[in-house]
Design a protein around this ligand. Structure first.
Ligand SMILES: NC(=O)C1=CN([C@@H]2O[C@H](COP(=O)(O)OP(=O)(O)OC[C@H]3O[C@@H](n4cnc5c(N)ncnc54)[C@H](O)[C@@H]3O)[C@@H](O)[C@H]2O)C=CC1
Ligand SMILES: C[N+](C)(C)CC(=O)CC(=O)[O-]
Length: 495
């Protein structure tokens, strides 16, 4: 399977640092070269935000983190790397010089991606010894959360290199879209540029201020774009006749004076002061790292909502998260089931910011989530994993009882233990305890009944023999344990 073994990041600013976080959290050792005196601090701050975001994003088993090493030169950084990502300032002459140094020092087969936002790869690879392995790998900020990389080849780049890059990016949760032809700004930034130009005119002409403009986007079409893009959205807007009707209804408007985007706004001192002043009034009360954390938390929420889209199959970027999680489960070392007459430890999690409610503690449904996630771990251990589900069988929860006994606070490390109560395997009757790890305080208990089903036939059926083979010894081993005090308890019952 294609995979990146060692990465080098040349340039560790906004984008280079976030690339490093993506590699490291994907388990890849990464060398960084950036002559900026504060590069290590800046990279470590971005890294901390990225780790926080991943803790919120997924509970799939991430690989052990890769190491981050700072190098003293480009030559040292690229040694041994099979993916080199250039993210230095956006100037052709400057990038050209840096890429020539990378090309001279790197292994001839190492892939070299440039983060450029719009420079042509043919210009960037001119004069290289091994230009066939150089391409544009244009990411979107924050690179550790947004999955897209526009892959753009120059005249000398081979198709095989672009395909190889695409396969490798998939292993770190990214999707490489190969762009047919090179063009300045590629696809993403040509679209954003058009939008940006129009926005600057609206501010310059006092049609609205920066906050109103942002609100127009985030209260309306911004929400649509995140999940359907442009064409699919407009197809729906055409009504039952779809795209053809949309084009005939709204096509003529294209000739009306609804845009000034072909004129480039003059970013003179007045306009710069106006934009900066409005932006300070809009957002200046928060620091950039704080805004990054707010952005990341919102993005995680959107990604998770999209992961549940299309009846659980995942939609848009959420489908990519689901694919990445499936890849993580597949490639992680298989957890071993060792049936003993001890409750089984199933889950370790941390309470993250999105789980806190207005009372300042973990909100009630997150307790249930911890138990539901622990149940998923149990199901994986007995072989009722995602492949089993895809093949048409699953366990559905049919009854549960949760008791909330103590508060869990932001950042608390938690773990779950489970005991299987007597059951035949077609039903699994489980009792679980949620503890705070620092002092083993019991926070919550959960009693659950799950039923094995054929999802194709929508009825309960016995589990397949391979699942029963693992489940039965566990139920038998737990049969010797005393029944938990609270098992079978009803709501409001006195202790
Ligand atoms: N900021 C953004 O939103 C995005 C930027 N990009 C592209 O990523 C690239 C980098 O942009 P940013 O990270 O925003 O810029 P930045 O200014 O934050 O970072 C550039 C970094 O390069 C370092 N640097 C300068 N000379 C160097 C050298 N000889 N070797 C190694 N490092 C060197 C600087 O110290 C700085 O830390 C640009 O090509 C940009 O167009 C791509 C996608 C989004
Ligand atoms: C502003 N920008 C041109 C550097 C933006 C990008 O290149 C991509 C992004 O993150 O939007």
């Amino acid at each position: 399977m294609a995979k990146i073994n060692q990465a080098a990041c040349i340039g560790g600013g906004v984008i280079g640092a976030a690339w490093a976080a993506r590699f490291i959290l994907g388990g890849i050792d990464t060398n960084m070269f950036d002559p900026h005196p504060e590069a290590q601090r800046l990279v470590s701050e971005v890294m901390a935000n990225a780790e926080r975001a991943y803790e919120m994003l997924t509970r799939a088993p991430l690989p052990n983190k890769g190491t981050l090493s700072f190098s003293n030169s480009i030559e040292e950084a690229v040694r041994g790397a099979d993916w080199i990502q250039e993210s230095v300032p956006e100037r052709l002459d400057f990038k050209h010089g840096v890429l020539a140094q990378i090309d001279a020092a790197a292994h001839p087969k190492a892939l070299i991606g440039s983060s450029t936002s719009g420079l042509m790869p043919s210009d960037l690879q001119r004069g290289m010894k091994n230009p066939e392995r150089m391409f544009v790998a244009h990411p979107f900020n924050p690179v550790y959360l947004l999955p897209l990389v526009e892959l753009v080849g120059g005249e000398k780049t081979t198709r095989a290199v672009l395909e190889d890059a695409k396969d490798k990016l998939a292993t770190i949760g990214m999707t490489g879209l190969i762009i047919n032809k090179e063009i300045e700004g590629f696809v993403g930034d040509r679209l954003q540029e058009a939008f940006w130009r129009e926005a600057l005119w609206l501010i310059k002409d006092d049609i609205c201020d920066t906050e109103t403009l942002d609100n127009v986007i985030r209260y309306s079409f911004g929400l649509r774009w995140a999940q359907m893009g442009l064409f699919e959205t407009y197809r729906i807007a055409g009504g039952e006749a779809g795209m053809r009707d949309f084009l005939s209804k709204y096509g003529p408007i294209l000739a009306w004076p609804w845009t000034k985007l072909t004129d480039v706004v003059d970013l003179d001192d007045n306009l710069v002061e106006k934009i900066v002043g409005q932006s300070d009034a809009q957002s200046g009360q928060r620091g950039i790292r704080e805004l990054e954390r707010i952005r990341d938390q919102n993005l995680v929420g959107i990604l998770q909502a999209l992961k549940a889209g299309d009846e659980g199959r995942g939609w848009g970027a959420g489908e990519l998260v689901a694919d990445f999680e499936a890849h993580l489960w597949k490639t992680a070392p298989k957890p071993q089931l060792n049936p003993t007459s001890e409750p089984i430890r199933l889950l370790e999690v941390k309470v993250h910011p999105a789980w806190i409610d207005y009372n300042g503690h973990m909100t009630e449904y997150r307790y249930t989530q911890c138990f539901a996630d622990a149940c998923d771990v149990l199901l994986q251990l007995i072989g009722a994993d995602i492949d089993y589900v895809k093949a048409g069988h699953s366990y559905y929860t049919v009854e549960s009882h949760v008791r909330l006994l103590a508060e869990a606070k932001l950042g608390d490390a938690l773990y779950v233990k489970a005991q299987l109560l007597p059951s035949d395997g077609k039903k699994i009757h489980t009792f679980m305890w949620l503890y705070r790890a620092s002092d083993d305080t019991l926070l919550s208990t959960y009693e659950q009944l799950t039923l094995h089903v054929s999802s194709k036939e929508s009825r309960s059926v016995p589990p397949l023999p391979e699942v029963m083979r693992k489940l039965k010894p566990l139920i038998e081993a737990h049969a010797d344990l005393p029944a938990p005090d609270a098992a079978g308890r009803s709501i409001g019952q006195r202790k």
